[in-house]
Design a protein around this ligand. Structure first.
Ligand SMILES: Cc1cc2nc3c(=O)[nH]c(=O)nc-3n(C[C@H](O)[C@H](O)[C@H](O)COP(=O)(O)OP(=O)(O)OC[C@H]3O[C@@H](n4cnc5c(N)ncnc54)[C@H](O)[C@@H]3O)c2cc1C
Length: 448
């Protein structure tokens, strides 16, 4: 399998570059400039065309790759079980046919914008991209761990394709891997690397795994399940420094060990850091938009200037779950959110006002553990555990004042679907009846 996500030599690719060059040469003003060519940006362009948006669209990103799906980077792509071509969202032919200029490898550093929403974006290479309307789909970047040795070769992150390629390039020469951060990305990558025969240790700073996203029962389930599968997971543990290989004759640029705060030294030819992300709000700040853990947007994905849309990982939006507290805001980092939020923004840009449809959901595959989360568990006051040890199924339902609001489902797709459907229809799944794992949740759903 090729490890190169970039490779593409079709005539459409050439046309794509030519279209762009022509458009730039004339300095024509694109109808919509989408900055950030990933899950949200791609979906926004696709949804706009589906809604009949007739203006020219420029989909611009700083990566040199054609827009690709990120989830596989910590899973199938890392393990080498998927063709890189299958991660590409849309063919170059699609973009050409839909009058979308795909611009790769341009990092926007500044935007001049008028009150009517039009303006000019400037790239670090000195190019200008004039636009009538602007969309920020710039996502998030990996949070860095600034400790001694952080710049050693082999200390890596996993946010984009280049990160994944760098990791893959080092895997063959490494036997010991230390993953820093017991969140989704860390655990997915740790499981993949373990499957590839590496000795993997996961260091989690907090008292439990996946702290922010799931409740205690699910965190504990994952801890036990991963330990049972041989992952060395250490909670309440931090790295003090990364140490280079000091063997005679070796250049001291490659990481060789992780020294913990308690003095323990773990050998590591790869250190993978997954300690969360920071939303890319630099452009929004420069534009004077309201920013608070992301670009603050209204229910229609509009930023505080009333013309720019911001979508996906970068956006801080009103909680879209029906029945959530008024004024509660949330920034979600998931594929499903990027897609649904982009659809909301597409409606806005075509003059319609449509709110977020459906219920936020998320998945994470770690070894044979297939987690699916429906809804958001924020503010729960009761949980119900359903466990079928024989079949390896595990579900936690979350309730607020007797109403189901979310569920974490491991290898339990029927539970996931039942909760997701109930939430979407404003129904309930009574807690007392849900506790019996032999009962199918869809048969006890109540309400209209
Ligand atoms: C390894 C990995 C595994 C994941 N697994 C899952 C999963 O299993 N399930 C799930 O639901 N979600 C998963 N996610 C999360 C999901 O991929 C993200 O939520 C999604 O990609 C968000 O899309 P986005 O377009 O909003 O932002 P991003 O995907 O972050 O894209 C933003 C793009 O904008 C570019 N950009 C930023 N600033 C500029 C600029 N100034 N100029 C030009 N371009 C710029 C960035 O380089 C990037 O290409 C995973 C993410 C990663 C990294």
């Amino acid at each position: 399998m090729s490890t190169n996500i970039v490779a593409e030599q079709s005539s459409a690719a050439a046309a794509e570059q030519t279209n762009t060059a022509a458009a730039l040469g004339k300095q024509s003003r694109t109808g919509l400039l989408i900055i950030g060519a990933s899950q949200s940006g791609v979906q926004l362009a696709v949804s706009l065309r589906a809604l009949g948006f007739a203006e020219h669209i420029t989909l611009l990103g700083d990566e040199d790759h054609r827009p690709y799906q990120r989830p596989a980077l910590s899973k199938e792509f890392l393990q080498g079980t998927v063709e890189s071509e299958s991660l590409i969202f849309r063919s170059s032919e699609y973009w050409a046919e839909h009058n979308v200029d795909l611009v790769k490898g341009e990092y926007i550093v500044r935007i001049d914008k008028e009150a009517d929403g039009s303006g000019v974006a400037h790239s670090s290479a000195g190019k200008q991209f004039p636009f009538k309307r602007l969309a920020l789909t710039v996502g998030a970047r990996a949070r860095k761990l600034e400790i001694e040795g952080a710049d050693l070769d082999g200390v890596l992150y996993l946010r984009n394709a280049d990160d994944a390629l760098a990791l893959k390039a080092r895997v063959a020469d490494a036997q010991d891997v230390v993953v820093i951060g017991g969140g989704f990305i860390g655990l997915e990558a740790a499981s993949s690397l373990q499957k590839m025969g590496k000795n993997v240790t996961v260091l989690e700073f907090g008292p439990r795994l996946v702290g922010r996203a799931v409740g205690e029962e699910t965190a504990e389930y994952f801890l036990q399940a991963h330990r049972a599968r041989g992952l060395d997971i250490r909670l309440n543990t931090s790295a003090a420094r990364f140490a280079p290989d000091t063997a005679a004759g070796k250049e001291q640029t490659r990481v060789a060990a992780v020294e913990l705060k308690d003095g323990t030294v773990l050998p590591a030819q790869i250190v993978l850091i997954g300690i969360g992300v920071i939303p890319n709000t630099q452009l929004a700040e420069q534009l004077g938009l309201v920013v608070d853990n992301g670009v603050v947007v209204d229910r229609f994905a509009l930023a505080s200037d009333g013309t720019t849309v911001a979508v996906g990982d970068v956006a801080n939006m009103p909680n879209p779950v029906p029945g959530s507290k008024t004024g509660e805001r949330i920034r979600l980092e998931s594929v499903n959110n990027a897609i649904e939020h982009a659809k909301v923004a597409a409606y806005s840009l075509t003059g319609r006002r449509e709110e977020y449809a459906g219920i936020p959901w998320f998945w994470s595959n770690q070894a044979d553990l297939k987690l699916q989360i429906a809804g958001l568990c924020n503010g729960f006051d009761q949980t119900v555990l359903r466990r079928d040890k024989e079949r390896g199924k595990f579900t936690v339902l979350y309730y607020r004042q007797g109403q189901v609001i979310a569920a974490d489902c491991v290898n339990a797709p029927l539970d996931f679907m039942a909760v997701k459907n109930a939430l979407a229809k404003g129904q309930n799944i009574p807690a007392d009846a849900a506790a019996d794992p032999a009962t199918q949740l869809k048969t006890i759903t109540t309400g209209s």
